[in-house]
Design a protein around this ligand. Structure first.
Ligand code: DAH
Length: 357
């Protein structure tokens, strides 16, 4: 058998295949069940013994060469097919993809996130409370008895009473979470200090105008610690915490001043003012020419509130504050109408940075 001649024929058949299908047919002819290459290799057994080693070696070399030629040709056809596919799809990998509009965070969310980050870095914990609240936690436990004029200043949305549960309402502030938190902490074996913030939505039956909304956001803060020696949590601690907070949120150094303010659940109570960031205290329309903006009601936790929370006011003191988030956001971004927040005007909302976290 002339191995050399057959080798040439086989290699020519491989090279002559026009496509993958023809190549597959050639492959069956060569290596299939009755493949001629395999027959050649097997034919060694029919030779006289002394010829076998030389023939076997030559036949195997041919087999390997033909296999390699087949593989190379198969690969070439595969490459061609891929190139054809890419060309047909008319696909330009350098073209920028379609731009999808991304949502933006609401400005109140942006500022709330920053405040939460700040306070948690100072060791505060985030505390939630119900928006549907009981009259007890919203008023009574906060030292606001039924006939107290403070109830009238907070026009309340009352809800249908549930059997046996007393009157419910939409919370008018985040302060009810103060006593809820104290009671829970005491039930769990109070380990002072307690430092919590309570961001949340509040509701009042207000006539809506430039500076009033029926639905608004507050962030309550509460710090309580044991009195050690002569010292407990003090007004100095309160002022320092508030200054730090306002400096971060208004992105500038701030001056603050305290005026007496009346809230039944703190004693003494304060209105904390910040020097007007718009006119730097010179007097402008935003601060009504006073140079100061009222921003943060706060005070030292009233002994009755500590008691309602289950703590002995002789042993514990604390401070609390209730920040109106809209007000802070308005100062931060120079927004002059509170109705913008709930107005749903996309032109307003789109001015705030895209989602970045
Ligand atoms: N809850 C009060 C309000 O909405 C604000 C407030 C005042 C909260 C003094 C406090 C505080 O924690 O100490 O009108």
């Amino acid at each position: 058998m002339d191995t050399l001649a057959q080798r040439e024929t086989w290699l020519a058949a491989i090279a002559g295949a026009h496509d993958a299908a023809q190549l597959a047919a050639v492959e069956t002819h060569l290596f299939g069940p009755k493949g001629v290459v395999l027959e050649l290799v097997r034919s060694v057994t029919s030779l006289p013994k002394e010829q076998r080693p030389a023939f076997g070696k030559a036949a195997n070399a041919v087999k390997q060469e033909v296999e390699a030629a087949l593989a190379a040709q198969r690969e070439a056809f595969a490459q061609q097919a891929l190139a054809r596919e890419l060309g047909a799809a008319d696909f330009d990998p350098t073209e920028p993809g379609p731009r999808r509009a991304r949502g933006a965070l609401h400005p109140i969310t942006i500022v709330q996130n920053e405040l939460v980050d700040l306070f948690t870095s100072l060791g505060f914990q985030w505390q939630d409370g119900p928006e549907v609240e009981s009259e007890y936690f919203n008023f009574d436990a906060l030292n606001i008895p039924a006939d107290h004029p403070a109830r009238e200043s907070q026009d309340t949305f009352w809800l249908e009473p549930h059997a046996g549960l007393g009157k419910n309402l939409l919370r008018t502030h985040t302060s009810p979470v103060q006593v809820r938190t104290l009671q829970r902490a005491v039930a769990q074996g109070f380990e002072p200090p307690l430092k919590v913030i309570v961001p949340g939505r509040c509701f009042r039956s207000e006539t809506v105008d430039k500076s009033h909304e029926h639905t608004f956001y507050q962030m309550e803060g509460l710090v309580v610690d044991r009195v050690r020696g002569e010292h407990g949590v003090s007004t100095a601690n309160l002022i320092h915490t508030m200054k730090t907070c306002l400096r971060v949120i208004l992105e500038r150094d701030v001056q603050v001043r305290l005026r007496p303010g009346f809230f039944p659940f703190v004693e003494p109570g304060f209105e904390l003012d910040v020097n007007c960031p718009f006119c730097k205290g010179q007097g402008c329309s935003v601060c009504k020419q006073s140079g100061w903006i009222e921003i943060l009601p706060c005070g030292m936790v009233h002994p009755n509130v500590l008691q309602k929370g289950g703590l002995d006011p002789e042993q514990f003191t604390g401070f609390a504050f209730g920040m109106g988030l809209q007000r802070v956001v308005m100062l931060r971004y120079g927004i002059d109408d509170i109705r913008q927040f709930m107005g749903g005007d996309l032109r307003f909302l789109q001015q705030f940075p895209e989602v970045a976290r």
